[in-house]
Design a protein. Structure first.
Lengths: 613, 91
């Protein structure tokens, strides 16, 4: 039986050391790569078979320290304190060896069976960094394996070492053993128990003494310095930044639009196919309106999210993402937030669900709450079809300007609300923006694609389950009492819409169909179009003829601003609840955004009417 | 001569004397290689002047000027390479 024992190997490392690439190379599973949004905060595991041995690989969050300060560090700390994995593999960027070894000391002090995986050796060699591995390994009394995580080079050697080392440690009685030099360090620190400031200073001194004879570093990374001289230059930094962002959005929307239409077309066809099956009308309505309609609208956004995350991963792995964050920091700081809020904002233009999950990279709680609150003001991909349809019908001369106005207003409101919230939440800690800028590196297609796919999968799973539940409820409300036409005036939802419609009259869209469409819009914003089509008994195309009878151009503008602001979709609401972990703040947020939407639309409609529009 | 890190000119190197931030921030700075007794170099500033980019323990770290003001350094002929070979840690 003893032979079948599974080896548990834990993976840990500083950010930007290639830990997630190594995880992918080791497990071959489609896991997330890099160290941006939300990342390895979730615990990830992989099981592999190597030379007849089972190895379980557990991924711990990428951190600079296992001292329990940030959320990620707490996860690692608690895990390492309570569990006894057979081996711990630490990924190390040879280019920043001494800095990386600081965490090695912490791991050794916990008595872990540590294997060091030295990564980016080729890059180090190009830069002229020399390291004598056998000597260094003897000096530190630790096994060291050179790898290239992104290509998977020497992964087998690492696994062989995992097997050998865990066998050796088992023979030694599995006792967690701390090297003498660490015990000395601990003793010295003990003497300064009330002066724990010396911990890092002592550790780095020890590291430098041990490493110096076997490690020759170069002073700077010339390639990175040269690129930074251009990327962060006074004159070129912002033009380059705007060019990059413009290209990302342009390409994302250009490439994803036909794909979204293809997915939509597929689900429409599927719905038609079901109509021909001759199922009982209740069942076929449930399948078509409920399941296919709901899931179809979720899945149709997968291409948009995949492409947007593809570009974000590309920026991240290249090293530019960190630069864009610090470029934005000064501007964002004026509004009480930091450059770290920039990435979630960008992602919000795709979909608010992954964007809100990405706020996990914001360390300060206050700023994170603000970022979550304001994210739904970013016009997500689902709002775009609504904007386009209404702008096309009511402002055929320049629909583009109307759409731009909506996007820009969302951003402006996000900033204004941020600065108000920053003042209200004053007591909370501020984001410190202490950030490592990784060296520029060539992204690998494998990692970027895996990263994009990982996020898309996460979105599909999350949005899929929430949508599935919510379409059930909406479908029931739209179908009861039995026998009414789906979602019509006489259904429960129609009756509700009629009841609340008068409240929208001062905003210029008092017809009950709009109220119903807005209720459906909470499931997913683009459903607004389909709902209006159903209610008027016409296809989306024919809405151009019907809508102007119920809505003035000013009313249409007011309606669009309302759609921009009123409520996030159900999937987003669920994520807000999960990420804030507070029902109260979620409900407050919904009330606040709804009130804001009402006031803004009211002002637009009434001031506009006075001005004679 | 003692000054704050925010006063250290671009291209210049200083030795870290004291970190006057709160404990959590100090731990974070230290785990990124900004440790009392080590040298630090101002590499460049971003176009709007803040944050600035520093090199510490062979990596690039960005700090807002407000935070850099709380780090006391001593400017002198401290160049990374020289330091590396005759390091001495101040107690």
């Amino acid at each position: 039986m003893e032979k079948c024992r599974e080896i548990t190997a834990v993976l840990i490392g500083n950010p930007n050391t290639g830990k997630t690439s190594l995880l992918n190379s080791l497990t071959g599973m489609s896991l997330h790569v890099g160290n941006w949004p939300g990342k390895t905060v979730e615990k990830k595991e992989g099981r592999i078979c190597f030379q007849g041995k089972k190895i379980k690989i557990i991924d711990l969050p990428g951190t600079y320290s296992i001292a329990p300060y940030s959320e990620e560090e707490k996860i690692s700390h608690i895990y390492l304190m309570t569990q006894k994995p057979d081996v711990v593999i630490q990924t190390i960027d040879v280019n920043a060896l001494e800095r990386n070894l600081l965490m090695t000391m912490e791991l050794l002090a916990l008595g872990k069976h540590l294997i060091l995986a030295f990564n980016f050796n080729k890059e180090a060699k190009r830069r002229g960094i020399q390291v004598n591995i056998p000597k260094l390994s003897a000096e530190l009394q630790l096994p060291i394996i050179r790898i290239e995580a992104h290509t998977g080079e020497n992964i087998d050697a690492l696994l062989e070492e995992v097997v050998r080392y865990s066998d050796q440690k088992k023979e030694e009685g599995l006792e967690e053993k701390i090297p003498d030099y660490i015990l000395n360090l601990k003793k010295q620190n003990q003497a300064y128990l009330y002066d724990d400031e010396l911990t890092h200073a002592r550790a780095i001194k020890l590291i430098q003494t041990k490493v110096a004879p076997y490690y020759k570093a170069t002073r700077s990374n010339q390639k990175t310095d040269r690129i930074d001289a251009f990327v962060l230059n006074k004159y070129t930094a912002f033009p380059l930044f705007f060019l990059v962002m413009f290209l990302i959005f342009k390409t994302t929307f250009t490439v994803s639009t036909p794909l979204i239409e293809m997915v939509d077309g597929f689900f429409t066809l599927l719905g038609k196919g079901i109509t021909h099956l001759g199922l009982p009308s209740v069942l076929s309505s449930f399948l078509i309106e409920g399941i296919i309609g709901g899931l179809g609208s979720v899945i149709s956004f997968a291409p948009l999210i995949f492409i947007l995350f593809f570009f974000i991963a590309l920026l991240e792995d290249s090293g530019y993402l960190g630069r864009s964050v610090i470029l934005m920091d000064r501007i964002f700081h004026r509004f009480g937030i930091s450059g770290r809020s920039f990435i979630p904002m960008i992602l919000g233009f795709g979909c608010n669900v992954p964007a809100i999950m990405a706020t996990r990279t914001i360390k300060a709680q206050r700023e994170r709450l603000i970022a979550i609150f304001t994210n739904s003001f970013m016009s997500c991909g689902a709002r775009l079809p609504v904007y386009l349809l209404f702008a096309g019908i009511f402002f055929p001369k320049n629909p583009g300007a109307v759409v731009m106005l909506l996007y820009a207003t969302g951003v402006v409101i996000a900033f204004v609300v941020s600065s108000i919230l920053a003042k209200l939440l004053k007591g909370h800690e501020e984001e410190t923006m202490i950030m490592e800028l990784p060296p520029y590196r060539l992204p690998t297609a494998n990692n970027v694609l895996r990263n994009a796919w990982f996020h898309t999968k996460g979105f599909l799973r999350k949005a899929g389950t929430i949508i599935f539940g919510s379409v059930l409820i909406i479908w029931v409300l739209a179908s009861l009492p039995w026998g009414v036409e789906y979602g019509s005036e006489n259904s429960l939802i129609g009756a509700f819409g009629k009841t609340i419609a008068p409240y929208f009259k001062p905003l210029g869209f008092g017809h009950w169909t709009f109220a119903v469409a807005l209720i459906f819009g909470v499931v997913a914003k683009e459903v607004i179009i389909g709902t209006l089509g159903t209610l008027y008994g016409v296809g989306s195309e024919a809405l151009a003829l019907v809508l102007p009878h119920h809505l003035s151009p000013l009313g249409a503008i007011s309606f669009l601003f309302f759609v921009l602001l009123y409520l996030p979709c159900l999937a987003t609401i669920a994520v807000i609840k999960k990420e804030t972990n507070s029902l109260k703040s979620t409900v407050l947020q919904l009330l606040a955004t709804f009130s804001l939407a009402w006031v803004i639309s009211f002002l637009i409609y009434n001031i506009g009417s006075k001005l004679g529009f | 001569m003692s000054k704050t890190l925010s006063q250290l000119n671009i291209g210049h190197t200083g030795k870290i004397r004291e970190i006057l931030t709160d404990h959590i921030t100090k731990e974070r700075l230290e785990s990124l290689g900004i440790i009392k007794g080590l040298s630090i170099t101002t590499v460049r500033e971003t176009p709007l002047g803040c944050p600035r980019i520093y090199r510490a323990l062979n990596t690039l770290v960005t700090l807002r000027n407000k935070l850099a003001k709380q780090i006391i350094i001593e400017e002198g002929d401290y160049h990374g390479e020289v330091q590396r070979n005759n390091r001495s840690i101040n107690r």
